[in-house]
Design a protein around this ligand. Sequence first.
Ligand code: URA
Length: 233
Amino acid sequence: MESKRARLDRFISVKTSINRKHVRLLLAKGLVEVDGKVARDIDQIIDEFSHVCLEGEILQANTPSYVMLHKPIGVVSATVDDKHKTVIDLLTHKDKHSLHIVGRLDLNTSGLLLLTNDGRWSKRLMSPEHKVAKLYRVTLKNPLDVSYINAFAAGMYFEFEDITTLPAKLEIIDEYTALVSLMEGRYHQIKRMFGRFRNPVVGLHRISVGNIVLDSDLVPGQSRLLTAGEVSE
Ligand code: URA
């Protein structure tokens, strides 16, 4: 989801159907306010969260929202679905329909799911270049051994996408449980990586995304707004 940045004069013209020449006049007369301050510069760049008023009339007043949800198993990471309950159905947030999902989880995966209406923020968290770690607890059908550690660190070639996965960290917790940290989120990535060992994943739970850790007291299905500190981290 891309953020919507625009030049102020163009934004007002599109929003009001007033021609650009007249918009410049209104700006020069000091009749436009951006975030509570008079704006005279036609080149000013605004985004979807800039509050814009023309002669006291609000043209745009969106506020960014950031939500943490404990996604339960059996709920689909989508905004609409014919068959299953969606993660949006679980939210109590008043503007929940304006939110998008930051990194989907499979139907049978539980754990931390982030939602926002801020496209720039979600892009930063999810793009592999930013190297934000996503930490998962994985339960396997068959016993693990240390050979998995190097295979995950070396990366695996996925023919379908013609990519090699970025180095991933695998820590063995016990015979059937591992912690896996990924810097990316390819389709069914963890299941496919363990699939190379013919070892089916029987439980998958996302613990954290970067420094944002799922609250231990948030029961499956519950959500809360992120703190300003979590958003800026
Ligand atoms: N990897 C998977 O296979 N599934 C998920 O839901 C997340 C990561």
